[in-house]
Design a protein around this ligand. Structure first.
Ligand code: ATP
Length: 450
């Protein structure tokens, strides 16, 4: 079988071979080439030791010499070149305690997690597939290399990786691998938050984010996202809900309706996380979740901190959830108020959330043009464009007066902020009032009255 490597990868293999070493493209990039997907990165595995790799290339970075990895730089592109190795024990389920270099490509392939990730290719050596990776790509299954119990026992993160690859590729998990995964999910409590977050985000932003349900089935969310299990256990009965619906099932439908964006999918995952603790049932049996967004923003904040994601992500997600406190009508004043509350730069994301929520109510049915909920959201988009085109004031810094103007009228300290806030409320309702004359007159009148 002949695969088409990019010229720079061929160049690296060629140089190493000319120096008398074996070298292959390996892992995810070979899998993706066979599937005609674009690889995220190109990894090379070689019989050369790190210092030998360094001697072959002009520009290299010592990425992980201990683990045998040297990054080769060709112009602006980086390629990880790793010496054939056998991993030692993963006593903490985090990373191998030690690695041993080997001269055998086969041994290097046998340390890898899944058969589809354990293939190597070079033009000279062809495809090296000793674990049945090609067969499993054709069958569209995720299967461990060797004994699944051993592989998951060595590194529990692989339990999450199995589901993540299934979600990215639209594959299923081979039954013996899935059963072993369920047995080893508890090992995730020893895996670092950072590694867990990478896998969770890759699953969420995949074409099949509903595979979070497989994570629940295997006991993964119970360890890394118990909030989701609680959502799955919380029934929903509203005029728009499906028979036997739960908060979690609704969330999964919202996830599917969201674009494959990290912030949007995380928001879809967490916006209803406050529903379990706010759930109430009325005398007719309908469920209500009063102000669930307040609890949701708090829970989302906690989850994102626990996963050790960055602050910008945490703020973006909690801001969108908090924005549900005021869902605008389509008139300009209402949309300006909502744009002010969530921030104009986040308003498109906010509308995407409203859309996904409505799509989730409809059980994934195609959106009809004459559906009033979606017509409303389209009108909100139109209104937003119009407001931005007009340059309407949306925050205190857009007001025609500032602190200095107010100081000259005798305003001091907190009075200034209070006045500006009141003035903003007024101009959000009517941007025509955002003139210096009007606001100064208002300020002196209030000062006089105060
Ligand atoms: P992607 O880049 O799309 O996330 P990938 O397969 O390249 O997919 P990486 O996490 O970059 O995934 O890993 C590169 C390769 O290293 C894998 O294909 C696999 O062969 C091996 N590998 C990575 N992590 C592990 C692990 N925890 N256990 C065993 N092998 C692993």
């Amino acid at each position: 079988m002949r695969l088409r490597l990019p010229p720079k990868v061929s160049f690296i293999l060629d140089i190493l071979e000319r120096h008398g070493f074996e070298a292959y493209a390996v892992g995810g990039c070979v899998r993706d080439l066979v599937l005609a997907r674009t690889p995220n990165d190109w990894d090379v595995t070689t019989s050369a030791r790190p210092e030998q790799v360094k001697a072959c290339f002009r520009r290299t970075v010592d990425t992980g010499l201990k683990h045998g990895t040297v990054t080769v730089m060709l112009e602006k592109d980086a390629f990880e070149v790793t010496t054939y190795r056998i991993d030692g024990d993963y006593s903490d389920s985090r990373h191998p305690d030690s690695v041993v270099f080997t001269s055998s490509l086969e041994q290097d392939l046998l340390r890898r997690d899944f058969t589809i990730n354990a293939m190597a290719y070079s033009d000279r050596g062809g495809l090296v597939d000793i674990s049945g990776g090609m067969r499993d790509l054709q069958k569209r299954v995720i299967r461990c290399v060797g004994s699944p119990d051993r592989r998951f026992g060595e590194d529990a993160l692989r339990v999450m990786r199995a589901v993540r690859f299934a979600a990215q590729l639209g594959f299923s998990i081979e039954p013996a691998t899935a059963e072993a995964a369920a047995r080893h999910a508890s090992g995730l409590s020893r895996v670092s938050a950072e590694r867990i977050a990478v896998e969770l985000l890759k699953l969420l932003t995949s074409p099949y984010p509903e595979m979070i349900l497989e994570m629940r089935r295997l006991g993964i969310t119970a360890r890394v996202l118990p909030e989701f299990d609680r959502m799955m256990e919380t029934p929903v009965a509203t005029p728009s809900s499906l028979p036997g619906d739960t908060v979690g099932a609704h969330t999964v439908r919202a996830l599917r309706a969201m674009p494959e964006d990290r912030i949007l999918r995380l928001t879809a995952l967490l916006y209803e996380s406050g529903k379990p603790e706010t759930a109430e049932t009325d005398e007719f049996g309908w469920t209500h979740f009063p102000e669930y967004w307040t609890a949701g923003a708090r829970i989302a904040d906690g989850v994102i901190r626990r996963l050790k994601l960055d602050n910008a992500t945490r703020k973006a997600v909690t801001n969108l959830i908090g924005g549900l406190a005021f869902i605008p009508e389509t008139d300009a004043a209402s949309v300006r108020k909502s744009m002010h509350l969530v921030g104009p730069e986040s308003f498109d994301d906010y509308l995407a959330l409203l859309w996904a929520d409505k799509a989730a109510d409809r059980n994934g049915e195609a959106v009809r043009d004459d559906d009033p909920d979606f017509m409303k959201i389209n009108s909100l988009y139109d209104r937003e464009r119009q407001i931005l085109r007009m340059g309407d004031p949306l925050s205190v810094k857009d007001l025609a007066v500032d602190g200095t103007d107010l100081e000259s009228l005798g305003y001091r300290g907190p009075e200034i902020g209070e006045f500006l806030k009141g003035a903003l409320d007024e101009v959000l309702g009517d941007p025509g009032k955002n003139t210096k004359e009007h606001l100064l007159a208002l300020a002196s009148e209030r000062k006089g009255a105060g």
